[in-house]
Write a protein that binds this ligand. Structure first.
Ligand code: SR1
Ligand code: MG
Length: 388
């Protein structure tokens, strides 16, 4: 029994009527439950003669596993972060229309003319400009919410009010721990057992993952998205929006770049497994597009930094280099967790079994490369995804 009322398709109209900010949508033509993520319920509300609205409600548990309790306060965190990301990266996140802290509901702009990027990638669609938009988004957030963008005092206050311990713990467990130990969440195809054993048994991999987890837990650089996979991105020609910011917290900026890189590797692995080398090569090329846009945007913002007496151009160069190295390790962790542990991705799971085995083998090889080799060369990853 939940201490607050959970929305249903039937109760949404009355809910809308009771929220002053949402009265426009109180007589909907259609309400649909469209949530396909792991965590929340999501309702799309359509009205005649205008844009609709989206309601997202957090339950006190994980949507896909009601026996897994988790704070519904994630909904308030999402609202706070959306407002902050909208401030520093306007047009790159959905607009926030209402926040109901009592029932853990946020109302968001209708983006039904957009599609989730992962689905487009799976279909072989090549949407140009998205990877660069996301690099700019990470840079604007990475700079604007950091000590460079906020200055010392505001940065400390922001770190203090942005803790997100329960959601961070999910990432700490699912991304950095469970895939590397015996765990009931891990599901490994018999033909991939040796691949997983080689990956998690490599001492260099384990050290790099341990250090990546430590950086994730301790490096409060900026109010990062925290779960920026290709299923957290909505796309329409000329428009890119990062959504689902409930995992946001003050963490290392390279985690968001790495999440994208890891998911580009998964998309490429799918392409190769389906014999579409052209699409796979295009997907791998997205990594440098995201990086180049991130670097250019961050560098363009740099003249506005707080305390240039101390943070000189040498700091910028070193910060960018460290962020790129971080992204490689985080990208590996994010790709590997999707083929070993809980919360799989359709890029891989919808492949026929034989192709899935090959794709998973390639992803683990690529992850090992990202974790243990010096400067990353994405062309090399293409070779690792195809070789037997
Ligand atoms: C309980 S499942 C949690 C996962 O779903 C989210 O999309 C995040 O990726 C998280 O790791
Ligand atoms: Mg999500």
């Amino acid at each position: 029994m939940t201490a607050y009322e959970l929305l249903t398709v039937e109760t949404v109209p009355a809910y809308l009527a009771g929220r002053p900010a949402l009265a426009w949508w109180a007589d909907p033509a259609r309400v649909r439950e469209i949530g396909d993520g792991n965590m929340n319920t999501v309702f799309a509300v359509e009205v005649d003669g205008g844009p609709g609205v989206v309601l997202k409600q957090a339950m006190p548990y994980v949507r896909v596993d009601p026996d897994w309790p988790i704070t519904p306060d994630r909904n308030r965190i999402e609202a706070t972060v959306l407002a902050e990301h909208g401030r520093v990266a306007p047009g790159l996140v959905p607009e926030l229309l209402d926040v109901d802290e009592a029932r853990h509901v946020v109302a968001l702009e209708d983006l039904s003319d957009h599609r989730v990027w992962r689905g487009l990638l799976n279909e072989g669609s090549r949407d140009e400009g998205v990877a660069a938009d996301l690099g700019r988004y990470v840079a604007k957030v990475g700079f604007g919410t950091s000590v460079f963008g906020l200055g010392a005092e505001r940065h400390k206050a922001a770190v203090a009010r942005s803790v997100n311990p329960e959601l961070c713990e999910i990432t700490e467990d699912l991304v950095f721990t469970e895939p590397y130990v015996e765990h009931e969440h891990n599901k490994i195809l018999p033909a991939n057992k040796a691949d997983v054993a080689a990956y998690i048994g490599d001492p260099a991999v384990r050290t790099a993952i341990g250090l990546a987890k430590l950086a994730f837990m301790t490096r409060a650089e900026a109010l990062i998205h925290g779960d920026l996979h290709t299923g957290s991105v909505l796309v329409r020609p000329g428009s890119t929006r990062a959504f689902d910011v409930e995992f946001a917290f003050y963490g290392p900026v390279g985690f968001d770049i790495g999440a994208l890189w890891g998911n580009y590797v998964l998309a490429a692995a799918r392409g190769f497994a389906l014999g579409d080398a052209a699409h796979a090569g295009w997907a791998l090329g997205l990594a440098e597009q995201t990086w180049d846009a991130f670097e250019a945007e961050f560098t363009a913002l740099w003249p506005d930094r707080a305390d240039p007496r101390v943070y000189g151009d040498g700091v910028l160069a070193a910060y960018l280099a460290r962020t790129r190295a971080d992204a490689a390790a985080f990208g590996a962790a994010k790709a590997a967790r999707r083929v070993i542990g809980f919360s799989r991705v359709t890029d891989i799971e919808t492949l026929p079994e034989e192709a899935r085995v090959t794709a998973i083998r390639g992803v683990l090889r690529a992850a090992r490369y990202l974790l243990t080799t010096g400067p990353v060369v994405f062309d090399r990853i293409g070779d690792l995804l195809v070789s037997e």
